[in-house]
Design a protein around this ligand. Structure first.
Ligand SMILES: [Zn+2]
Length: 141
């Protein structure tokens, strides 16, 4: 959703221009480049400390990102009347992640605004019957 030159660590270090919505101690929010926006007020939230995605992010960074997304959702409701948000993250090489710095997109939603929440397709990837036990066994207790 963003151009390859749009590197988030560079933005956070003020090496590149960004339109900031909020800057906090552990997370920041900014508007994506115009060509990557799905709506007005579509906002990207990132941890200030570098992490590639959800797999390697610290608990502190994840907490800061989710809390800032919550703050943004509340602000979008009270300021621009968006009574819903969709939050999207892509993490990992097979996820269509656009920039290798953890980020969540916060899309404000208004009734009948023409965005779809979930794609109408089902993954064509098949798994062996034991997939649920394997995932459970791989979880940290
Ligand atoms: Zn980074």
């Amino acid at each position: 959703m963003t151009s390859k030159s749009f590197v988030f660590c560079g933005l956070l270090a003020d090496q590149d221009e960004a339109t900031w919505v909020a800057r906090r101690d552990k997370a920041s929010a900014f508007l994506p480049l115009a060509e990557g926006r799905l709506s007005l007020a579509h906002t990207v939230v990132v941890p200030n400390d570098h992490a590639v995605g959800i797999h390697d992010a610290s608990a502190e960074s994840l907490q800061a990102v989710v809390l800032l997304a919550q703050e943004l959702a509340r602000a979008m409701e009270t300021s621009i009347g968006a009574r819903g948000v969709n939050i999207l993250n892509a993490s990992g090489p097979d996820s269509d992640q656009s920039v290798p710095h953890l980020h969540v997109h916060v899309f404000p939603r208004w009734k009948g605004n023409g965005l779809d929440t979930l794609p109408p397709t089902f993954s064509g990837h098949s798994l062996d019957n034991g997939w649920l036990s394997e995932v459970r066994a791989a979880m940290t207790p």
